[in-house]
Design a protein around this ligand. Structure first.
Ligand code: SF4
Ligand code: MG
Length: 314
């Protein structure tokens, strides 16, 4: 509570995610990849279901990784990773692999983790394979041209949720609460949320998930400048503002105590401080903004914080 998540201590020298990828300038998922792999280090094997970070990171047999990496179909990140974990366990048991058990990480976009590949990741969490499952959430299907996904927020404009006279808010459904669903549905797993606005928190939770024997799930908020339409230098700022606006609670679920602990940001802002930075929300009417503020206010209450008076009547 109130911890300073901005403090940067000495960071590891390793960079298993190197230059040479082809993501857009300011790509949030690329920032998440770099910090996660820095925290994991070189004894790591990676899987990437189809998504931006598969397509943009691997072209014509070139990848930016210094560690082994494999692509999986969008639906099978969880089953592929289960197979890797079972494979390493068997090799070590039979004395055919000398090295220590590696960090096994799958990084799946929201289209994979929250939608098409949800069943396979849930299966892997349920069976408690010793691996870290990361959802890098850019709230849309970005690599196929910004279609809506289950985590696209209310009123977020995508090519499948345009605004018009019939549906002036663009997207009318609220987002799927993926991380809560993973924690409540797999109570024996370590589950946490984080954003690219808090690199040390992201790295600490990566390590916590990896150090624990068994399955861990990390949900990381990662802005996508192409899909969200903002200035490319604002990615990290958006990763903080979404938390300060009460729209993406940062928390950790401890499977031993079955308790959630919540980060209480030192600054609380109106949702407009976050929405106004992004073109995808430019069509919102006052009643849509008010609905968004009400849902942020509910989040403040859920994480044990007071709603500032000036935000109550919006
Ligand atoms: Fe990153 Fe979005 Fe560009 Fe994909 S479309 S590479 S997620 S900024
Ligand atoms: Mg996505």
């Amino acid at each position: 509570e109130g911890r300073d998540l901005h403090y940067l201590p000495d960071l590891p020298g390793e960079d298993p995610y190197q230059a040479g990828h082809r993501t857009c300038a300011g790509c949030g998922p690329a920032i998440e990849y770099r910090w996660t792999l820095k925290a994991a280090g070189e004894n790591t094997v990676l899987a990437g279901p189809t998504g931006c970070m598969y397509v943009a990171n691997s072209t014509y047999l070139c990848t930016p990784y210094t560690v082994p990496w494999a692509h999986t179909p969008i639906a099978s990140g969880g089953s592929f990773t289960s197979g890797m974990a079972a494979g390493y366990e068997a090799l070590i048991r039979k004395g055919r692999y000398d090295g220590p058990y590696p960090n096994i990480i799958v990084m799946a976009g929201d289209g994979s983790a929250a939608d098409i590949g949800l069943g396979s990741i849930s299966g892997a969490l349920y069976r408690d394979h010793d691996a870290l499952f990361v959802c890098y959430d850019n709230e849309c299907y970005a690599n196929t041209g910004i279609q809506t996904s289950p985590t696209t927020p209310y009123a977020g404009m995508t090519t499948f949720t345009p605004f018009g006279s019939k549906i002036p808010e663009g997207k009318s459904l609220p987002p799927k609460n993926l991380a809560r669903m993973m924690a409540e549905g797999h109570p024996h797993c370590y589950v946490a949320t984080t954003t690219v606005g808090y690199p040390v928190d992201l790295m600490n939770k990566t390590r916590k998930g990896l150090n624990r024997q068994g399955a861990a799930f990390l949900h990381c908020f990662t802005p996508c400048q192409k899909g969200w339409v903002y200035q490319t230098s604002m990615t990290v700022e958006l990763g903080r503002r979404v938390v300060e606006a009460g729209l993406f609670p940062v928390w950790e679920y401890d499977p031993e105590t079955r308790e959630y602990s919540y980060f209480h940001p030192p600054v609380q802002r109106p949702v407009t401080d976050y929405l106004a930075m992004q073109g995808r929300f430019g069509h919102m009417l006052p009643e849509h903004v008010a609905r968004m503020q009400r849902s942020a206010n509910q989040n403040w209450v859920d994480i044990g914080m007071d709603v500032p008076d000036e935000l109550l009547d919006l």
